[in-house]
Design a protein around this ligand. Structure first.
Ligand code: HEM
Length: 449
């Protein structure tokens, strides 16, 4: 679908290749190079033509009109190949039903139970470190969040090797989705090593979760895990309307939680540890907070309301490093957006990275300043300024889940350990579907508060 010519082209495009090279080279520099004040720009990346929404209020409009701007576009399409028709990838026509069935699994009442599972995993991780150990931070945090989501999903422990394999498979899929978005469809079907690895990862995850779900279908006990909540809601829906979740839909949901919940929270935690080490003043404030609140104990759900700075540090890190940095929609009808006519079928991209670094919304936007979120000190940023969890009907269902996990992990880690960069280290932004740090290795030192 051609995108409207009335919308200016993003700078740096060349005939035939469009913006593919600058985006491949450094997508984040490309985003920050877009003209200040542009509302929409046309981009062409690989085979894909799209409009990129730059203006925060127009982004808000896109997110809150989920019928017109439906799930679709290259990222959602590639994700659908793996996740099937789960809540994150299904079309608008299916979404209300799925979301209603899944919402109870993420309700407030279930959080303390998930927090106990998280605290156990966080304790095991920080307890396994020793003084002077060098951590591959993203790998360590991914192992933590994979164990946490799997345990919260299934409660009954999967063998450690299966969990490790699942975390690896999630990483392979994330890397693959981004590259497959940039490649022509034909290349994605060739039996290359990368494509075979991608398909193997997808098949293995489906087989693992398919077996567990088949096993649990007849189990009516509430084990307090995500799967119990899904099975209970599904049975209730079945008796009310005969439209509960099928086995395939349950596997789609389980894979969705895994893909949506593992890399994102791991990236957030990794960036948080990185920025803390760069800001000793904030780190010192956090040490005072966790020492006073935890008094040497590991963080638990009950501590969360008193960890104000911990929450602010996490939010500010999410502002600067939103794991979902580029997301896609497809227009399902002709629609006016910012004075332009956008035709049905047009790919529409939005970017939390772009919005959340906007100088119009945040003074000195590149500066890490957790104080921005202290609403007792100043006015909080406007409603459209923070979209790390998206917005509207498709807003992240795991936002509170990941908020609890990130706060417990950050508090327990900083109470017990200082993490420092290795000398001469260069940390960059990795080019994958998730905005994650590349080359982040840190050395542990035990704290004695
Ligand atoms: C820091 C952590 C996280 C971030 C930044 C994040 C971000 C997002 C974003 C931006 C979306 C919308 C995607 C789009 O617009 O296309 C989303 C959707 C979703 N997320 Fe998260 N997420 C996080 C953690 C989690 C966790 C832990 C889970 C589950 C265990 C989860 C489950 C989901 C699901 C199921 C959706 C689809 C919701 C729907 O379409 O109704 N997320 N997330």
């Amino acid at each position: 679908m051609r995108v409207p010519d009335t919308i200016p082209q993003a700078p740096g495009g060349v005939p035939l290749l469009g913006h593919t090279l600058p985006v491949l080279r450094d997508p984040f520099a490309f985003l920050t190079s877009l003209p200040a004040g542009a509302d929409l720009v046309r981009v062409r990346i690989g085979p894909v033509q799209a409009i990129l929404v730059c203006d925060p209020e127009l982004t808000w409009q896109v997110l809150h009109d989920d019928r017109t701007f439906d799930k679709g576009g290259p990222i959602a399409d590639r994700a659908r190949e793996v996740l099937g028709n789960g809540v994150a990838t299904c079309p608008h026509s299916e979404h209300r039903r799925q979301r209603r069935l899944i919402q109870p699994a993420f309700g407030q009442a279930r959080l303390p139970g998930y927090a106990r599972i998280m605290a156990e995993q966080i304790n095991a991780m920080t307890g396994s470190w020793h003084d002077g150990r060098v951590l591959d931070v993203m790998a360590e945090m991914s192992a933590l969040t994979a164990r946490t989501v799997t345990a919260a999903l299934l409660s009954s422990a999967l063998p450690p090797q299966v969990i490790r394999d699942s975390a690896d498979d999630v990483g392979t899929l994330f890397q693959g989705i981004y590259h497959r978005m940039l490649a022509p469809a034909l290349l994605n079907r060739l039996p290359t090593r990368g494509n075979r690895r991608y398909m193997r990862a997808s098949d293995r995850l489906r087989a693992t979760f398919g077996a567990v779900i088949a096993d649990r279908r007849g189990d009516s006990a509430d084990r307090g895990d995500l799967l119990s909540a899904l099975l209970i809601a599904s049975r209730e829906e079945d008796s009310a309307r005969g439209r509960g979740l099928s086995d395939t839909e349950l596997v789609d949901q389980a894979l969705t939680f895994l893909l949506a919940g593992v890399e994102s929270t791991a990236a957030l935690l990794s960036w948080t540890l990185h920025v803390l080490a760069l800001h000793p003043d904030v780190e010192a404030g956090l040490h005072s907070e966790v020492d006073a609140v935890l008094d040497g104990a590991p963080a638990e759900f009950e501590h969360l309301p008193r960890l104000a700075l911990t929450h602010r540090v996490i939010r500010e890190t999410l502002r600067l490093y939103p794991p979902g940095w580029l997301l896609t929609r497809k227009a399902t009808a002709d629609v006016r957006l910012g004075g332009h006519l956008v035709r049905a079928g047009t790919n529409v991209f939005y970017s939390p990275f772009l919005v959340q670094r906007s100088g119009g919304l945040y003074p000195d936007p590149e500066r890490f300043d957790p104080g921005r979120w202290d609403d007792t000190q100043r006015d909080p940023p406007p409603r459209n300024a923070f979209i790390a969890f998206s917005g509207g009907a498709r807003q992240c269902i795991g936002d509170r889940f990941s908020g609890v996990e990130a706060a417990l992990a950050l508090a327990t880690v900083t109470a017990r350990w200082r993490l420092e960069h290795l000398p001469g280290q260069r940390v960059t932004l990795a080019k994958t579907t998730t905005l994650r740090p590349h080359g982040l290795f840190m050395r542990t030192t035990a704290r004695t508060p």
